[in-house]
Ligand binder design. Structure first.
Ligand SMILES: Nc1ncnc2c1ncn2[C@@H]1O[C@H](COP(=O)(O)OP(=O)(O)OP(=O)(O)O)[C@@H](O)[C@H]1O
Length: 202
């Protein structure tokens, strides 16, 4: 796979993480594992340009510095394990469109959820809804932080199917997961974050 396409992080570094260098190609899933507190979430946040950092981020040849922050984050979407909500109505986050309905169905949520209030949803429903919300912006890169941590096996399987379809459609995926079986099912490559450094494992 060409190194000129895909996502490149070079000497990415913040106070607590790095320097980290890696490449993930289109249609590829890199799993990032490591002990609790090793900085996996912080690393994903750096890649989404959410926190101050040094080093270089390049997506399909374009440096993050040449793109407005909000545009970079539409292309490079961070999905936290505990998503944030800036408005109480689901409809303010997820518009009622055919694409949204298809995604809602794909993750096993009922369509009536489109008119629900966030505070009435379970943790697992919110987690899946946040995935739908982010995918509607059409990101090229999905930074998934424990994407099924709040889900039962059936919902986990649906979300994994959706991730696999995203991968087959050419999306670039970085997956943080403590679930070794999930990493086995989804990842093409694995890396461990240790002492702030990312080490690729065979
Ligand atoms: N906003 C912050 N300010 C200061 N320290 C932070 C902040 N966020 C995280 N940390 C610290 O940085 C370290 C790495 O946190 P991070 O959430 O990235 O770990 P993680 O590898 O994702 O852990 P887990 O597997 O438990 O989710 C932790 O020691 C955490 O306490």
């Amino acid at each position: 796979m060409s190194k000129n396409t895909g996502l490149i992080a070079e000497k990415l570094r913040s106070e607590r993480v790095g320097p980290v260098t890696f490449h993930v190609g289109h249609g590829e899933c890199l799993a990032i594992t490591g002990a609790s507190g090793s900085g996996k979430s912080l690393l994903l946040r750096l890649v989404a340009d959410l926190d101050p950092h040094t080093g270089t981020l390049i997506l399909d040849g374009e440096n993050s510095l040449s793109v407005a922050g909000h545009v970079w984050r539409q292309r490079v979407a961070y999905f936290p394990a505990e998503p944030g909500w800036w408005s109480e109505n689901v409809s303010d986050h997820v518009p009622d469109t055919p694409q949204a309905r298809a995604l809602i169905k794909a993750v096993g949520l009922p369509e009536r959820m489109l008119t629900a209030e966030i505070r009435g949803l379970s943790t697992g429903e919110r987690q899946r809804l946040a995935l739908v919300r982010g995918l509607l912006h059409g990101p090229q890169v999905l930074l998934l932080d424990e994407p099924t941590s709040a889900l039962d096996p059936q919902s986990t399987s649906l979300v994994e199917d959706l991730i696999r379809r995203q991968k087959n459609d050419g999306r670039i995926i970085a997956l943080v997961s403590h679930n070794a079986a999930q990493v086995e099912r989804l990842a093409d490559r694995r890396a461990i974050l240790r002492d702030g450094r990312l080490e690729e494992v065979a």
